[in-house]
Design a protein around this ligand. Structure first.
Ligand code: TRP
Length: 453
């Protein structure tokens, strides 16, 4: 079975070397695994939450799309698209918004940080907080759940959002699934082995520290950035300590083990920092030179990029559009035409279908009854301490299907329902074994009918 991997890239900045080593390169490598079915997209709706400068949004979308393609993303293998080209995403966002707890979203780190900052400065707690920021995790849940992703590679700061997507998806499944799991519950993947690159000053490379090395600047810009890497003051000929030099860390992130070992030895032998920077420049220029050419060619032909992304969106919508229709059905946004049929003569016998009805006993335990479409009671469950357990079992019964039901006829005129070696429910008493056997068949039919819905 293939694993569906999905991740979004917020389109607010220009990719730098740290993004390349930390996210782009590993994602492209992962997408080449034959077991992987990868979905990568430009999270441009998310970008609007953080940025109200249209020029910047547009420029960043272009640059990020060109960067991923220039770095070797193969759009025949992966589905590569802009979030804003998929109208099903905001539509699903609304369906999810209607089941997401406000309390859940109150706990989101990004929102809480904004509130804390306001409180510290004596402002209204929600000053400057948009509904976009508050609902950010719901939009992200829609991104993930729309395509039933199994794995979501993200940075640590995003783990909570993936967990919220699980919560929201589970809630929807529970409310509308009737035993069917609409959404795959996703898992965040944190790549421990991936390089977090130091920037020019040795802190993590990040736009907010202004210490980045441009990914696809000119060779001259690359050289200038490298010249600004901070080193210690050891003179040429003096031994350098590779392990305390972030210049060495940067080198290592792009070099083969042999190159790294050679460079280490040279530093220990007293290689001048100027020379060392020259070595790093050559290494990076070698790794990025060709991709840089491709990048500039793509940037110069934005309409080609547009075509590529629209083709990606069409591919994504082939999945999103029928799936969203199913979800609309599930919540009750259905065509009136199907209503006419449902109440027409064919199904007139009973508007209802078979159903589980749960209730609370005087002693605080919970049970469910299973009723056939005509209201006949077919099962009464044993008591459960937890109402959720009762619900989970009824879902499981439907999900596993009529054929898998484990029914045991006892010597008398009753039967019992078993799962995993446990007796879960009893039938009523019947007049004789034949009546009992007929009831067992009616039960299987009723479960099969539910599974079909
Ligand atoms: N919020 C993510 C980030 O800032 C970007 C993103 C949006 C995303 N939607 C996503 C990541 C869905 C993974 C899956 O990094």
């Amino acid at each position: 079975m293939t694993t569906r991997i999905l991740t979004g890239i917020t389109t607010t900045g220009t990719p730098h070397l740290g993004n390349y080593a930390g996210a782009i390169r590993p994602a492209i490598l992962a997408s080449r695994d034959p077991q992987a079915d990868s979905f990568y997209f430009l999270a441009d709706y998310h970008a609007l939450i953080k940025c109200d400068d249209p020029q910047r949004i547009q420029r960043s979308r272009l640059e990020i799309a060109a960067t991923w393609l220039a770095c070797g993303l193969d759009t025949d293998r992966v589905t590569f698209y802009r979030q804003s080209d998929i109208p099903e995403i905001p539509e699903l966002t609304w369906l999810l918004t209607c089941v997401a707890g406000k309390g859940l979203l109150n706990r989101a780190h990004a929102y809480k940080a904004a509130v804390d900052k306001n409180l510290e400065s004596g402002e209204d707690p929600d000053a400057g907080v948009t509904m976009g920021l508050f609902s950010y995790p719901v939009l992200m849940a829609a991104d993930i759940l729309m395509f039933n992703a199994h794995k979501v590679p993200v940075g640590r700061d995003q783990i909570q959002h993936v967990e919220m997507a699980r919560d929201i998806g589970q809630r929807f499944n529970h409310l509308f699934g009737k035993g069917k799991e609409f959404f795959t519950l996703p898992e965040a993947v944190i790549e421990e082995s991936v390089a977090t690159l130091p920037g020019l000053d040795g802190r993590k490379m990040s736009k907010s520290y202004d210490n980045t090395i441009p990914l696809f600047g000119s060779a001259k810009q690359l050289k200038e950035a490298i010249a600004r890497i901070v080193t210690d003051s050891r003179a040429p000929g003096e031994p350098k300590d590779p392990d305390s030099a972030h210049l060495f860390t940067l080198y290592q992130a792009f070099a083969t083990p042999e190159q790294t070992a050679g460079f280490r030895q040279e530093l220990l032998d007293g290689l001048a920092w100027g020379e060392a920077k020259q070595r790093l420049f050559q290494l990076l220029d070698g790794e990025l030179g060709e991709a840089r050419e491709r990048y500039h060619a793509l940037i110069e032909k934005p309409s080609d990029l547009e075509d590529i992304l629209l083709a990606g969106a069409a591919k994504a919508r082939k999945i999103a559009s029928p799936f969203l229709n199913e979800l609309r059905e599930a919540v009750g946004l259905r065509s009136f035409r199907s209503d006419v049929q449902a109440s027409g003569p064919a199904k007139k016998k009973s508007g209802k279908s078979a159903r589980f009805v749960s209730f609370r006993e005087q002693d605080g335990t919970f049970r469910f009854r299973f009723l056939a479409a005509d209201g006949e009671e077919l099962l009464l469950s044993r008591p459960f301490a937890d109402p959720k357990a009762a619900g989970a079992i009824s879902q499981q019964l439907v999900a596993q299907g009529a054929d898998a039901l484990e029914l045991r006829a006892d010597e008398g005129d009753q039967f019992t329902l078993w799962m995993d070696g446990q007796c879960l429910a009893d039938s009523p008493a019947y007049a004789d074994p034949d009546a009992r056997d007929a009831a067992m068949l009616r039960l299987r039919d009723a479960i099969a009918g539910l599974a079909e819905q």
